[in-house]
Write a protein that binds this ligand. Structure first.
Ligand code: ADP
Length: 248
């Protein structure tokens, strides 16, 4: 019996597209409360990995477990969200014609149409949760502004707030720092460190300054499997990593 099961356990996961192995026996574990950065060249399989974890793509073989309890090969995208895995894509999907407050309100109520969600009153605990999220993403002073008027960075934070509204245990986040100013990038790293106190996070990113600021364990993917794993300094010094990724 495992005392402290991994939040995410991937073992020997393979996915082929027309005979091309996008994932080639990928094995990887994320521990509870861990933040993990995923790096690697274009085509390494980072997106495909997120897709198999979230049921968007089916693995051909291998084991995918969430909290040692849920066999992820059996879940589709909607069901994966319900068991506590939240995914944020690179492109924000906030509703620009609604306020920040309303966007968060919708995410907390989940599943309903916009107008149904906004007619329905928040419970006291949902209101507390919304306030907590607003503070965490530092948009409390903007809560009644339209989301469409936010900066790129603020929209990304709002979207993370909306993900938190679904109360996920594991967050999968795709290139959060892309398109951000240096200041926004560093603020995002601080936000993630805050989030990591109560969530597990997997962050796919190319921005090395951002990864350095995250100060977490790094996994380098290449050709569909793990090339190296460890601190950023360790993987940067790895000869295979230099040859196949950094040296390009
Ligand atoms: P990364 O996110 O690391 O850039 P991807 O997971 O997007 O890598 O892609 C890994 C490889 O799989 C790439 O060579 C890509 O062209 C291929 N691939 C990904 N999705 C598909 C698909 N739906 N059909 C065919 N090939 C795909």
């Amino acid at each position: 019996h495992i005392e402290n099961p991994s939040v995410l356990y991937l073992d020997g996961v393979s996915v082929s597209f027309d005979g091309f192995k996008a994932l080639n026996s990928l094995s990887l574990c994320i521990e509870p409360g861990e933040m993990r950065a995923i790096i690697g060249p274009n085509g390494a399989g980072k997106t495909t990995m997120m897709d198999v974890i979230t049921g968007k793509t089916k693995a051909d073989s291998g084991t995918l477990l969430f909290k040692d309890e849920f066999d992820l090969s059996q879940y589709d995208e909607a069901a994966v969200a319900n068991i506590g895995i939240g995914r944020k894509f690179q492109k924000p999907s906030v509703i620009e014609s609604l306020t920040i407050f309303e966007n968060l309100e919708m995410s907390l109520k989940g599943g309903r149409s916009v107008w149904q969600a906004l007619r329905h009153k928040l419970s006291a605990s949902q209101q507390d949760k919304l306030d907590e999220i607003l503070t965490m993403i530092d948009l409390q002073d903007h809560q009644n502004n339209l989301a469409g008027n936010l900066s790129h960075g603020q929209k990304q934070w709002l979207e993370i707030g909306m993900l938190l509204g679904q109360e996920p245990e594991l967050l999968l986040i795709d290139e959060p720092a892309a398109g951000m100013t240096d200041e926004e990038t560093m603020k995002t790293a601080e936000l993630f460190k805050q989030l990591a106190k109560s969530h597990s996070l997997m962050v796919v990113e190319h921005d090395m300054d951002f990864i350095e600021a995250l100060d977490c364990r790094v996994t380098v993917l290449c050709e569909g499997s793990v090339l190296a794993e460890g601190s950023l300094a360790t993987v940067k010094a790895n000869e295979d990593v230099i040859e196949k990724y950094l040296g390009r």
